[in-house]
Design a protein around this ligand. Structure first.
Ligand SMILES: [Zn+2]
Length: 211
């Protein structure tokens, strides 16, 4: 079995927002990358050659082909990498995407390639201590993923535990082996935060199957 490589950039690697998207030399990630025009939706693209579907409107990509670098760009939303026997996927998951069923769509796309997801990596994202969130959207998320998504900020305000919602969505797909460094983009300045620091910069999470 070939191994999956995962790279999450930091502020030190530069701002990976912009159009055309920059593709710096990073840890041997093969180029061109498949980066997506992310819209907080539920569309998944299947990539079978390097750079395929680059710029397409989608929030997740999956491949079973070695050497195809999949990229999502984030600054508070959760970058998630799913791994199966011979496939890998990346997904850009904010609260809208989680609620839209993007985790299930991504897992389905992997199953169609014969490689159901068995493990996941949850990257740097805004954590509940920094993520004030309330109103009908929080009620919708709690109705869908359970009251475990309700949290409190460090300042005592209602909050969303986005990572908890992602973990429930992953568990529904049979994925309970989730690596999560617990990093918060909002209070750890190694990363970009759109919501708290109004950063326009984006970090990238890249994944590919080694050739
Ligand atoms: Zn924080």
């Amino acid at each position: 079995m070939r191994s999956v490589r995962i790279v999450t950039t930091t502020r030190a690697d530069g701002d990976l927002a912009g159009d055309p998207r920059p593709e710096p030399a990073l840890a041997g990630a093969p180029r061109p990358w498949t980066w997506l025009r992310q819209v907080h939706g539920d569309r998944v693209v299947v990539v079978s050659r390097p750079g395929e579907h680059a710029g397409v409107e989608a929030d997740a990509a999956v491949t079973a082909t070695p050497g195809c670098t999949l990229a999502v760009r984030t600054a508070d939303c959760a970058p998630v990498v799913l791994r199966g026997a011979h496939a890998v996927a990346v997904a850009h998951l904010g609260w809208r995407g989680v609620l839209a069923g993007l985790v299930a769509r991504t897992a389905d796309a992997m199953r169609e390639l014969g490689a159901a997801p068995v493990a996941a990596d949850l990257g740097p994202c805004i954590r509940s201590g920094c993520y004030e969130f309330d109103g009908p959207e929080l009620d919708d998320l709690a109705a869908r993923f359970g009251d475990g998504v309700r949290a409190t900020t460090d300042g005592g305000r209602p909050a969303l535990d986005l990572a908890a919602a992602v973990r429930v969505a992953l568990a529904e797909q049979g994925v309970t082996d989730v690596r999560d460094g617990g990093v918060c983009t909002a209070c750890d300045e190694r990363w970009f935060s759109h919501r708290v620091r109004q950063d326009t910069g984006r970090l990238a999470t890249l994944a590919w199957i080694e050739r």
